[in-house]
Design a protein around this ligand. Structure first.
Ligand code: PMV
Length: 355
């Protein structure tokens, strides 16, 4: 171990970038990161390893350019705290943050960093609806991974940050990546997301409800693995769909991308409905939106529906058709707004660690 004692009187060594001999008490590190949600075109539903959050099959998504989560992590020695949208949280969401920070701290121990014993104040702002199938856990844990890694002084590349974010929420692994991401199944080492080339496409968000969902994706996935007779077929068919989807993305075939997207979303919701007792995330308005999108296609307006573990629907379409699609679907939305989203940026620091 190197000697990190500081030669300047009344100062102590602070082993982080830009922080060398900091005045006593001032070696406080804080970092702010921003991440966007992603919407899967090939869905992730099922874990091979519950603790490590390794999926049973790969998935593919588009990172959005709006509804960001912005998170500041400040190191303290006063215990972990979590504040989301101006509200202090304890209970399940704060526990998940602490479990995640414990993982970051264990990486800091491995890296021999003097931050490893510190706790963190986490302050987050989420500009999309939380826990209603708008992928807020993806943007949330991607932003937390980037901000916490920087604050604790870890030097991680995108692949390692994706693996880290995965441990907070599986889909968060994909929000590290610009535009389109494929998240590999595999094991702890090999399960990360990376970029896949794909044509420009628009996602029209059709939020039909903003309440918290009744069954979390974590619980829903466990119920599916334990009770659905279709689960083995879901795993094999998802792997096949992913191979087809990657090929369609790489050749820029929007029609095939759209058809696969809608079909895979319907399969996931059918799989979930086949649980005992049955679980249903879509509500009657969601189904009406799927029908309206199918009707538009009949009329020659190319759009395809998808939905995650909640009632909100997204319409995938060509950028030049996005306004027509949004105008057509806005009447179904809760707040009379169908936002057009484009491929966005992966999670990134907006204010780095400093002493
Ligand atoms: O990352 P989680 O645990 O919130 O699971 C997300 C699962 C879906 O959103 C339904 C599908 C997906 O691939 O994002």
């Amino acid at each position: 171990m190197e000697d990190f004692s500081c030669l300047i009187p009344d100062r102590r060594w602070c082993r982080r970038e830009r922080a060398r001999c900091a005045p006593e008490g001032e070696c406080v590190t804080s970092a702010t990161a921003r991440a966007y949600p992603n919407i899967a075109l090939v869905k992730y539903w099922g874990k091979a390893d519950e603790k490590l959050i390794v999926p049973v099959a790969g998935s593919l998504s588009m990172t959005l350019d709006d509804f960001p989560t912005t998170t500041t992590v400040t190191l303290t020695d006063g215990g972990d705290t979590f504040r989301l949208n101006e509200v202090d949280h304890d209970g399940t969401s704060a526990d998940r943050v602490t479990v995640f920070l414990d993982l970051v701290r264990s990486l800091a121990v491995d890296a021999g960093l003097d931050t490893a014993h510190l706790s963190a104040r986490v302050v987050s702002t989420n500009e999309g609806p939380t826990a209603a199938g708008m992928a807020s856990s993806a943007s949330g844990f991607a932003a937390l991974a980037v901000a916490a890694a920087s604050a604790y002084g870890l030097d991680l590349d995108t692949r390692e940050l994706s693996r880290l974010a995965r441990r907070g929420s599986g889909s968060a692994s994909r929000s590290l990546i610009d535009r389109f991401a494929v998240w590999h199944a595999g094991d702890d080492e090999s399960s990360y997301a990376e970029a896949v080339s794909a044509p420009d496409m628009a996602m029209v968000a059709v939020p039909v409800a903003t309440g918290e969902k009744a069954v979390s994706s974590r619980q829903g996935m466990i119920a599916t693995a334990e009770t659905s007779p279709f689960y083995p077929a879901w795993i094999t068919s998802t792997q096949e769909t992913l191979t087809e989807m990657i090929a369609a993305c790489e050749r820029g075939d929007v029609t095939t991308i759209g058809e696969l997207t809608e079909n895979h979303a319907i399969r996931m919701h059918a799989l979930i409905a086949s649980c005992r007792p049955s679980i249903r995330y879509l509500n009657p308005t969601s189904i009406a939106v799927f029908d309206e999108i199918a009707a538009m296609r009949q009329e020659g307006v190319e759009a395809y529906a998808t939905a995650d573990a909640g009632p909100n629907v997204f319409a995938l379409t060509r950028p030049e058709l996005a306004h027509i699609v949004a105008d057509r679907l806005v009447g179904f939305t809760k707040d009379n707004e169908a936002k057009i989203l484009m491929p966005g940026q992966g999670a990134h620091l907006i204010d780095g660690a400093s002493a």
